[in-house]
Design a protein. Structure first.
Length: 340
């Protein structure tokens, strides 16, 4: 197929681009190269005859329509989004315009061209779980941050365009991703890079918040599986089947660093508990029954193995992350709602 991937220079999008080309698809990468994007993420496929890059903002509907018309994709994997919860607390407007208006523009461009849309979203739209229970595809929406609210709105748009206009749409909601090429502001790279620099490793609140962790390459594999074999009009939750409390994950990372890159003192000594962010959801957990039973997909990377591989990747790719350290907001405490 000829695939158009929005946000293909970002963390998850670039994993999709690399895997799609490896599997013989043509890929048009549409990305406006915000602070979190990096073309080095797709350098391994940049010279492929199957790869094209279009730098543009999905909020520009006319420009996006022109890209769709020029390339005439068979399907679009819509991953372009503002995704960092802390940034959404400090500056929500960009999240609303990119995640809502941008999604509207993608849907309209796809409707004009008649191509399938795989709309990629998050489990955060479902809100917060207690100590038990799992999110299913029919869980009620209860977004609790500007980020998750904007993604919830985009999910509703995607489903409405399917129902109203008969646009072929599939929606996926995934758990927390991790792995190579993740921007330094997210939890796992923050822990790794702070530890290597000998800086305090910040843990919000008591670290009791629980997340289900999905390796990014497993996620890319799942998305291509859904696109190729999923049912139009259906939703699929994609989870890693790896629930871990934040503090346990941080200690796991520190333990791997102790083994792979020993220091004079245990890295765990750098763990520092800091003020929690507003509205911090306690627990997310995915019920993967539908994608497992209907499509035969399951994650392949367990959290201990994946964390070790990720730590090693950051140790081996210092030049990649060092180039990003001066970008806006990196290394700065965000998410206090003090800026606009």
């Amino acid at each position: 197929m000829k695939l158009l991937v929005t946000g293909g220079a970002g963390f998850i999008g670039s994993a999709v681009v690399r895997l799609a080309i490896a599997r013989g698809h043509e890929v048009v990468n549409v990305d406006c190269l915000t602070y979190a994007a990096c073309l080095d993420n797709v350098s391994s496929v940049a010279d492929s005859a199957a790869y094209r890059f279009e730098q543009m903002d999905i909020r520009d509907g006319a420009a996006l329509a022109a890209v769709f018309k020029r390339h005439q994709p068979d399907a679009v994997l819509h991953l372009a989004a503002e995704s960092h919860v802390d940034r959404s607390i400090d500056g929500p407007e960009t999240f609303l315009t990119t995640n809502i208006l941008g999604t509207f523009n993608v849907l309209e461009a796809a409707r004009t061209q008649g191509c399938t849309v795989l709309h990629v979203s998050t489990d955060e739209v479902f809100g917060s779980l207690g100590a038990t229970g799992l999110f299913t595809e029919t869980s009620p929406y209860d977004p609790r941050s500007p980020y998750s609210a904007s993604k919830a709105a985009s999910d509703h748009l995607a489903r409405a365009w399917h129902t109203t206009y008969d646009l072929p749409v599939i929606v996926t909601n995934c758990s927390n991703n991790y792995g190579p090429y993740q921007f330094p502001e997210k939890l796992i790279p923050t822990v790794i890079l702070n530890a290597l620099a000998g800086r305090p490793i910040p843990v919000y609140g008591t670290g009791a918040n629980v997340r289900d962790w999905l390796h990014v390459e497993d996620h890319a594999d799942a998305l291509l599986c859904v696109l190729e074999t999923g049912q139009i009009g259906q939703s699929y939750n994609i989870g890693g089947e790896n629930e871990v409390a934040n503090i346990d994950l941080v200690r796991m990372i520190c333990g791997q660093l102790d083994d792979l890159h020993p220091s004079d003192a245990p890295y765990g000594d750098l763990i520092t508990f800091v003020e929690d962010r507003p509205g911090h959801d306690m627990r997310y957990a995915i019920d993967p029954t539908r994608i497992r039973d209907d499509l035969g997909w399951r994650p392949s990377v367990q959290i201990t193995q994946g964390v070790r591989q990720t730590v090693q990747w950051y140790l081996d790719h210092r030049s990649w992350w060092e180039a990003l350290l001066e970008r806006d907001g990196v290394g700065v405490r965000l998410g206090r709602g003090t800026t606009r």
